[in-house]
Design a protein around this ligand. Structure first.
Ligand code: GTP
Ligand code: MG
Length: 361
């Protein structure tokens, strides 16, 4: 049976089973307890990392290799800002392609990340965190914050709702904006509830209580299934990926097997640098910086060499970004280089250059 259509009753069996398990093994160590639960695993599967050349542009409507029994699944990933959507997608595709940071609004446009295993292709649509029109105006966010989460649903076979269980103010309610989307799409697109950041919860019993509240009539009772994961540590990720692989539909792949993103490598590079600025610089500063790729070259040995100019509004901010003897900007470049090496699976040499550009220039 298609796992996406498993009934809520099956879920309650899992819940009961999980609850009994929890009680029965209460006295055992946390590690043993977690590894026994269905939606948790402690080992992240890195065996399926694809090593490939970077396609300059995503090759859509893939018809190159005709293989029997090809399957695919389009997964829209939705949630509130900072819920861990991009970190989760990176874990699921085994590549840190999506920009992540501790600050909100890191993802500003939707982007697909692609994972292939045997005959199955999973296409994850990472999206900006959901905001209201008022919030979009207040924080001068781009139109994509309103449009892209909905556009991600157009070709989705399933929607994954990411709930941040570390946020004590919001964790026991499905946000109104998410409920609106679920109401609009539930007749055509099944949904999964994915509780993320479970590593931050000490009393694991609380996860069951949260789940009960989230799937009650005050939440969304129509979720097809519930997963509990930590996108940070990788717990539960293999189970979720296997579930999605098993839910794929028989049809041709949209992307060729080497493609891992629908974004050009230059865009990925720019957004990764932006995410490191968000993580490193204080408060709102990085949101006001504009990035421009001065050059992006493939070297003879296959490595990438790039120079990114970071435009800042004043000399003071430039000094802050550059740091003492260039230490801070160099550290940002090193961090971005490391992530990009893993994302592109080739060596990356990145230089960052700060340039003052006032509003009048
Ligand atoms: N402790 C913990 N932190 C996590 C987990 N998943 C993500 N994070 C952290 O949460 C922060 C936000 O993660 P992102 O993946 O950027 O979140 P997002 O939902 O994509 O955020 P936006 O794109 O800004 O909407 C980062 O600091 C992550 O390291 C998790 O499972 N556990
Ligand atoms: Mg994101």
């Amino acid at each position: 049976m298609d796992p996406l259509y498993t009934s809520v009753s099956r879920f309650s069996v899992i819940m009961r089973y999980t609850g009994n398990m929890l009680i029965a093994i209460e006295r055992m160590t946390t590690r043993v307890r977690w590894s026994m639960l269905r939606h948790f695993s402690t080992v992240t599967d890195t065996a399926n990392i694809i090593t490939s050349d970077i396609p300059i542009a995503a090759n859509e409507d893939y018809t190159g290799i005709r293989r029997e029994n090809l399957k695919s699944l389009n997964v829209a990933v939705l949630g509130m800002p900072n819920a861990g959507k991009s970190t989760l997608v990176n874990q699921l595709v085994c590549r840190p392609i999506c920009p992540t940071s501790k600050k909100v609004h890191t993802t500003r446009v939707k982007a697909s990340a692609i994972y292939c295993e045997d005959d199955t292709q999973l296409v994850f649509m990472d999206t900006p965190g959901l905001v209201t029109k008022q919030e979009k105006n207040r924080y001068t966010l781009e139109e994509s914050f309103i449009k892209d989460p909905r556009m991600a649903l157009i070709n989705a076979d399933v929607v994954g709702v990411i709930q941040d269980v570390s946020n004590i103010y919001t964790r026991d309610k499905i946000n109104k904006k998410i409920l609106e989307i679920l109401n609009d799409t539930s007749s055509t697109i099944p949904s999964l509830l994915i509780l993320n950041k479970v590593d931050t919860v000490k009393k694991k019993q609380m996860l069951l209580e949260l789940t009960k509240a989230l799937i009650s009539k005050d939440g969304w009772p129509n979720f097809s299934d519930v997963f509990m994961v930590s996108a940070l540590t990788g717990d539960g990720i293999n189970d979720l990926r296997e579930y999605l692989l098993a839910s794929a539909k028989s049809r041709d792949w949209k992307y060729d097997p080497e493609t891992f993103s629908d974004q050009p490598p230059e865009k990925i590079l720019e957004r990764v640098v932006q995410s490191k600025l968000l993580d490193t610089l204080p408060k709102e500063l990085p949101y006001q910086m504009k990035l421009e790729i001065e050059h992006f070259d493939y070297c003879d040995d296959g490595s990438i060499s790039a120079l990114v100019i970071i435009y800042v509004a004043s000399k003071r901010i430039s000094s802050l970004l550059v740091g003492s003897r260039g230490g801070r900007i160099r550290e940002i470049a090193v961090q971005a280089e490391q992530q990009l090496c893993n994302a592109f699976q080739r060596s990356v040499r990145l230089r960052l250059y700060a340039k003052v550009k006032t509003a009048l220039e």
